[in-house]
Write a protein that binds this ligand. Structure first.
Ligand SMILES: Nc1ncnc2c1ncn2[C@@H]1O[C@H](COP(=O)(O)OP(=O)(O)OP(=O)(O)O)[C@@H](O)[C@H]1O
Ligand SMILES: [Mg+2]
Length: 262
């Protein structure tokens, strides 16, 4: 897939604010999701990252500001609207059902069937074949049996399954909210490789993480959020890990100050 600089951004947030009762979760944030690139959203707990991606994925409507998809102003009616436009989101802590098989998890709610009318039934063989193929294409080679329960997969493999599923169902933008937060180094690596594979296939990825090193490893663009505000945005190669960690910590320090002054 060739992407030129003249291609409009896939998604743009312009001056987005989300006010909950008593809490302004994000304030005047502008972000650009570019075709075939990985945008990393960095920030500490409570910074407003999940709120932002819930706006991108149609869960919340912004209180102020606008959203553009493919250069056009849109108002998403809900997550279904976002999905219909190719925006697939894996929310924090969500994704798979441990007591269901790999194949069932892969097709959750969209199972292939065979037969007609009363004879219509789950096509297990097709589901197994597709699920295994797609998962293996993301570098997960240890899973060879689609009947295996997802609960027996590692955390990284489960995240990769969810990513494979979104790609198979036609996602153009994949939003991952802290997919590596509960994972060890090797498991996180599995997820990061899946993110790179998705990008290499031309998919845009929005990756939320606390881990500056992971972000720098896969990101093309970076946005640092603190107290609901965008405090820095930069491209790959423009900042060192230490600087990014300082930026994030600077945000945390500001919060302490605000608390002391309150
Ligand atoms: N539905 C809601 N109602 C009220 N306040 C909310 C709601 N959702 C989030 N908040 C508040 O908005 C702020 C930002 O929350 P958000 O979940 O976006 O942070 P985050 O950056 O994703 O944090 P974490 O890294 O811990 O996941 C927090 O103070 C949170 O308590
Ligand atoms: Mg969050």
């Amino acid at each position: 897939m060739t992407i030129t600089v003249t291609d409009p951004p896939l998604i743009e947030l312009q001056g987005v604010t989300k006010q909950f009762t008593g809490v302004r979760a994000c304030s005047d944030v502008s972000l650009t999701v570019r075709p075939g690139q990985v945008l990393c959203l960095l920030g500490h707990n409570g910074a407003g990252k999940s709120t932002l991606i819930k706006i991108l994925s149609g869960v919340y409507a912004p209180t102020e500001g606008t959203m553009l998809i493919d250069g056009e102003h849109v108002t998403l009616g809900g997550p279904r609207d976002a999905l219909d436009r190719g925006i697939a989101t894996v929310h924090q802590g969500a994704g798979t059902v441990p007591l269901m098989s790999v194949a069932r998890n892969f097709f959750l709610g969209a199972e292939p069937t065979k037969g007609r009318g009363l004879f219509r039934r789950f096509d297990a063989a097709t589901a197994a074949r597709i699920a295994l193929r797609e998962i293996q294409q993301l570098g997960i080679r240890r899973i060879r049996d689609a009947d295996q329960l997802v609960g027996t997969m590692s955390g990284g493999e489960r995240q990769a399954l969810v990513i494979a599923r979104a790609l198979h169902f036609g996602a153009r933008v994949l939003i991952l909210d802290e997919p590596t937060s509960a994972l060890g180094v090797r498991e996180a690596e599995t997820v990061l490789r899946a993110v790179e594979t998705a990008r290499d296939r031309g998919i845009s990825v929005v990756l939320i993480t606390h881990q500056a090193h992971q972000a720098l490893r896969v990101g093309d663009h970076f946005a640092v959020i603190a107290h609901g505000r965008l405090i820095a945005s930069f491209a790959r190669g423009e900042k060192e890990a230490a600087e990014v960690i300082d930026l994030m910590a600077g945000g945390a320090a500001m919060k302490e100050l605000e608390r002391e002054q309150a």
